[in-house]
Design a protein around this ligand. Structure first.
Ligand SMILES: C[S@@+](CC[C@H](N)C(=O)[O-])C[C@H]1O[C@@H](n2cnc3c(N)ncnc32)[C@H](O)[C@@H]1O
Length: 476
């Protein structure tokens, strides 16, 4: 569908379905054809702010809307019934509804059919051809895309077992997921949903508009102080805290003014010789990794980090603290019988029960040996960062070779250009993290508690005639 056909179809559809346009309309993104459609100002808008658009509650595609629609749509009701025990989340319910609209053979025409058929193919990496996904190798996005594709495959297999001969193709399921992901909002009190027409607004790091919910309707407002000329774009923020990996994963682009990866999630593994590893794995529900963040990009969340490292890089992790302590430090894990006779694992730090992995760090901070424990954790983070740098740098040659084989050259906004930018942004953040962590480790090594601890460990190992290195001492 061309952009002008799109605007002339979707605009009357929206009005017919109760969308109230204030000073906004839909049109091609000015100066950026690769961004598709956008919301544009219909007139010069004053700096005083104001209401731009209202999307009525019943046009907001949420789990509730789908369940309501199913009351008058037998095919949808049957689909939801067949998948009832599996599709319990808003995302799956909405995806099933989109699937129903795509595949329905009945004459029942939902008012969302026009909306869905007008949506462009989102440029998300889960829809990139395999050779382009390989451009991401070494970045944190590579594992995120692999994990997402295997989740989609698992979902599709489940769907196939539930729907028998009405199963969609895996590509259809992947496409619907991408359309949902690139347009979904998390809106209290509605929850995860799609908001037609509001979802025509493109992202900007300094947006001129914002949305909220009033009596169930979604309203788009112009920010006070943001004068917009007629024809200019009305933009919103897709999330100021989202880093480069998440932006590319969920929306298929990197903001042109993004100059830091913002935040990276790196996996951590328990040591092979950790005797409590199986119990720790079974108990811990926190994501097994560490988040490295660029402090400048997170100015509005100064308290979010566990370890404040110099030069603007911070790290935080709930799972890591469990990895760096063991029985000799004061940790114990026991099986406790519940009232129903089943057993639960209980984690104790000395005599205090640890309710979840995130609660361990505050207990460790009270320890006399806290600087030693913090040093252990920081050394692990440093190793994880180093491994990621090696993976990224090690795959650079393969990336350049693969790019040189692409016949369409290097498109700045296509997978090649996006992967190149992501690689650069992630490497830059990782390198700065290495410098910061080295500084933090050096400072901790000078801490009197740490020097006294290392001396006592060396004295012990000397007395036992063993050769222990500082790294051995720090590891346990
Ligand atoms: C919610 S939709 C916005 C409307 C979209 N332009 C359309 O034509 O349907 C999100 C998609 O718009 C595009 N987009 C939004 N903001 C962008 C930006 N600042 N730069 C590049 N692409 C953008 C991306 O393709 C993204 O997946």
């Amino acid at each position: 569908m061309s952009q002008s056909t799109f605007s002339s179809t979707i605009h009357p559809w929206a009005v017919l379905n109760g969308v109230r346009f204030g000073s906004a309309h839909i049109g091609p993104t000015p100066g950026h054809s690769s961004r598709g459609s956008a919301l544009l100002a219909t007139a010069d808008l004053p700096e005083a702010g104001g209401l731009l658009l209202v999307v009525p509650r019943d046009l907001v595609l949420s789990r509730e809307t789908v369940l309501e629609t199913a009351k008058a749509d037998r095919g949808l009701a049957e689909l939801l019934e067949a998948t009832r025990e599996w599709a319990t989340t808003p995302r799956l319910t909405i995806l099933l509804f989109l699937l129903h609209l795509t595949t329905t053979r009945t004459s029942h025409s939902s008012r969302f059919t026009t909306y869905l058929s007008s949506l462009p193919t989102p440029p998300l990496p889960t829809l990139w051809p395999e050779h382009q996904v390989n451009f991401l190798s070494g970045t944190t996005l590579a594992s995120a895309v692999t994990a997402k594709l295997s989740t989609l495959h698992r979902e599709w297999t489940t769907l196939a077992s539930l729907l028998a001969d009405h199963t969609p193709s895996l590509l259809t399921w992947t496409m619907l997921d991408a359309q949902y992901r690139s347009r979904a909002l998390e809106l209290p009190p509605i929850g995860a949903c799609m908001a037609p027409i509001l979802d025509m607004a493109n992202h900007a790091s300094s947006p001129n508009a914002y949305y909220d919910v009033s009596n169930g309707d979604i309203q788009l407002h112009l920010h006070g102080g943001a004068a917009v000329a007629a024809g200019e774009e009305i933009t919103i923020s897709y999330g100021s805290h989202k880093g480069a990996c998440e932006m590319l994963f969920s929306y298929g682009f990197l903001p042109s003014d993004m100059c830091s990866a913002g935040t990276l999630f790196l996996p951590i593994a328990l040591a092979d010789d950790d005797p409590l590893a199986p119990a720790k794995r079974a108990w811990c529900t926190a994501a097994p990794g560490v988040r490295i963040s660029d402090a400048e990009a997170k100015e509005d969340e100064p308290d979010a980090a566990d370890g404040e490292a110099p030069r603007g890089v911070t790290w935080d992790s709930d799972a890591l603290w469990l990895a760096v302590v063991n029985e000799e430090d004061g940790l114990s894990i026991r099986a406790a019988r519940r009232l129903d006779g089943r057993h639960d694992l209980v984690v104790l730090w000395r005599d205090s029960e640890v309710p979840h992995a995130g609660a361990l760090r505050p207990l460790l901070e009270k320890e006399e040996l806290w600087p030693v424990l913090l040093l252990r954790a920081t050394v692990v983070v440093r190793q994880v960062v180093e491994a990621q740098v090696e993976g990224l740098e090690g795959s650079a040659g393969e990336f350049e070779r693969a790019v040189s084989e692409v016949s369409d050259g290097e498109d700045e906004f296509g997978p090649t250009g996006l992967a190149r930018r992501l690689r650069g942004l992630e490497l830059d953040l990782l390198k700065r993290a290495e410098v910061s962590l080295d500084g933090q480790i050096a400072e901790l090594m000078r801490h009197p508690t740490v020097t006294a601890y290392l001396e006592s460990m060396n004295a012990d190992s000397g007395a036992q005639g063993e050769e222990a290195t500082e790294d051995d001492d720090l590891a346990h």
